[in-house]
Design a protein around this ligand. Structure first.
Ligand code: SF4
Length: 199
């Protein structure tokens, strides 16, 4: 198992589709597999204005995570990590919540105090949503860190079980989900792709 620190933003990619994460990290656009080499990430990048801190970089060997909080708001003396998302639909996704939970875990280790909530700011619709960080979020983040560290270049994950996600997926041209299940029908089992091969 790799002990490499996982980018918090990669929790979002992995939650969307583990196979997508695999393509983004082990495959380049020329069709070659490769091992991604992370640059050194020991810098701290922070600037402060009024009651908020912009771009706070944190990392933790214990959590296996590293990442940069977009904005750290101070609300009633409590630090609240804020993650900005585009989301024209006016909704955020479970994968966005997990990313936010990852930042909250990093922050609470850094300040040695519980961080029980974060916020997602949807800038297309100017909405700020309060997100309580639950034990379920925390456990899922821990499981995902372990799963990502255990991934290897030799083992591509299964197709997503929600083919609608493929419509907006930037790695679709390499993943080729429809072509894959046509050539290997057994890969459709347990996914939403059974219909593709029955058409
Ligand atoms: S195209 Fe679909 S199955 Fe393939 S990586 Fe993207 S979301 Fe996952």
């Amino acid at each position: 198992m790799s002990s490499e620190l996982i980018n918090v933003s990669d929790l979002n990619q992995y939650a969307y589709c583990p196979r997508r994460y695999w393509y983004l990290h082990f495959y380049d656009t020329q069709g070659r597999n490769y091992e991604r080499i992370e640059g050194k990430t020991t810098h701290e990048n922070k600037s402060t204005r009024g009651d908020w801190v912009n771009e706070l970089y944190l990392e933790s060997e214990q959590l296996g995570l590293k990442g940069k909080i977009d904005v750290l708001d101070i609300d009633d003396a409590q630090p609240v990590p804020v993650e900005r998302k585009r989301a024209e639909s006016g909704e955020y996704y479970r994968s966005d919540e997990l990313q936010l939970a990852g930042y909250c875990l990093l922050l609470e280790e850094h300040i040695d105090e519980p961080v029980r909530e974060g916020a997602i700011y949807l800038y297309e619709t100017d909405q700020r949503m309060h997100v309580p960080i639950t034990e379920d979020h925390r456990e899922t983040v821990r499981q995902q860190v372990n799963a990502i560290q255990a991934m290897s270049i030799d083992s591509i994950p299964s197709l997503t079980d929600n083919p609608k996600k493929c419509e907006a997926c930037s790695t679709r041209e390499y993943c080729m989900p429809e072509e894959t299940v046509m050539l290997e029908p057994e890969q459709a089992e347990g996914t939403g792709f059974e219909e593709v091969i029955s058409e």
